[in-house]
Design a protein around this ligand. Structure first.
Ligand SMILES: *Cc1c(COP(=O)(O)O)cnc(C)c1O
Length: 378
């Protein structure tokens, strides 16, 4: 093909080819932990041992790399393991600038885990480029941005952050879990790495934990990440890779349908008398709307709402939903509702009356009716 296939085509075909030995169209799951050596002791087929490489994992990495428009990718056993590999690939004792309302597990890694090895972190509102510039120190190696952020769905300017990071000798990594490569391609905007919890939209069915790092350049930095994958050993199983590759084929249609539902639900909640505030980047009143239009293709399927009242009122609304499932996580086919402050724990800046919705693939009218009855009370 002369031109690079479009996203929907890549989602179905990247990393996949019919099996040459059997003609099977669907990929096989190779459970083998070890692979036959050639007579000269080599491994001409590219596989030696299951921790270092597995055919299904290689397929998944190729597909994710194609979708993110990168040069190389590494799949991990969780999003958290992928995040940790990025931090550990930085020089020991580096300073990291991170989005202030980043995923709480990422904040914990920076403040409670890699801090023990001398890393330090500044949490900054990354919407404010001046504030990010001021947070830079001589030892700043990495800017870690989450956009849209969690759970306030704030939008940070990826191109501006990439320019700033590069001018100061640092790299930019974007946690692209909320957006997915269907909605946002950070590498095209200048980021050096896109990081995913594939547990969420990429898996899409709430049945696999996984993560990935995709790099814009297959350079020395990516080599270090690859080394943490091989030698650190936090690799996904052959079956998990198979599930993720299978799910990728439907990622574009799932995400677009979920985005369309979320946009309608956000507009409905925005008018609701029992909702104090609706946070969704597609709403006209959202401060990140104009920027989101330039760097995203759609606004995602995560919606946060602040219920009129406080924690008790918010908890009561979540307790009354019938279709929305009360559970943490996101990106699956089923819609979820979550009281975010209580899962994040003490010290969180998330308002006590905030509920976070992950919009699934149910009929949007059913979801709206469910929210209306839950908000309306008895
Ligand atoms: C869930 C999540 C993670 C962590 O991923 P796991 O697969 O749970 O380890 C990281 N970042 C974001 C934005 C997430 O939603």
């Amino acid at each position: 093909m002369a031109t690079k296939p479009r996203t929907d085509t890549l989602a179905v075909h990247a990393g996949r080819a019919a099996d040459v030995s059997t003609g099977a169209v669907a990929p096989a799951i190779h459970l083998s932990t070890t692979f036959v050596r050639d007579e000269d002791g080599g491994y001409a087929r590219g596989y030696d041992y299951g921790r270092t490489a597995n055919p299904g994992r290689a397929s998944l990495e190729q597909a994710l790399t194609a979708l993110e428009n990168g040069e190389a990718g590494a799949a991990f056993s969780s999003g958290t393991a992928a995040t940790l590999a990025v931090f550990q690939a930085m020089p020991p004792g580096s300073h990291v600038i991170a989005t202030d309302d980043c995923y709480h597990g990422t904040r914990k890694q920076l403040t409670e885990l890699v801090s023990d090895w001398g890393y330090s972190a500044s949490f900054v509102d990354t919407r404010d480029i001046e504030a990010v510039a001021e947070a830079f120190r001589d030892d700043t190696a990495l800017v870690w941005v989450e956009t849209p952020s969690n759970p306030s769905l704030a939008i940070s300017d990826l191109a501006a952050l990439a320019s700033l990071a590069h001018a100061r000798g640092a790299v930019l990594a974007c946690d692209n879990t909320f957006a997915t490569p269907i909605v946002q391609r950070p590498l095209d905007l200048g980021a050096d790495m896109a990081v995913h919890s594939t547990t969420k939209y990429i898996g899409g069915h709430s049945d696999v934990i996984g993560g990935a790092v995709i790099a814009r350049d297959d350079n020395a930095l990516f080599e270090r990440i690859r080394r943490f994958q091989h030698t650190g050993g936090a690799v996904p199983s052959a079956f998990d890779c198979w599930l993720l590759l299978r799910s990728l084929a439907t990622l574009p249609v799932r995400v677009r349908a979920q985005n369309a539902g979320a946009a309608r639900i956000a507009a409905h909640l925005d008018q609701h008398p029992r909702v104090e505030r609706t946070l969704y980047p597609g709403l006209a009143g959202h401060p990140g709307r104009a920027l989101a239009e330039t760097q995203m293709d759609g606004f995602g399927a995560m919606v946060s709402l602040c219920v009129s009242g406080g924690r008790d009122e918010a908890m009561a609304v979540a307790a009354r939903t019938r279709l929305f499932t009360r559970a943490t996580s996101l990106g699956g086919v089923e819609s979820l509702i979550e009281h975010r402050a209580s899962i994040e724990g003490p010290g969180t800046s998330t308002p006590d009356n905030l509920l976070r919705l992950s919009i699934g693939l149910e009929h949007t009218d059913d979801l709206i009716e469910d929210l209306d009855q839950a908000l309306g009370g008895d």
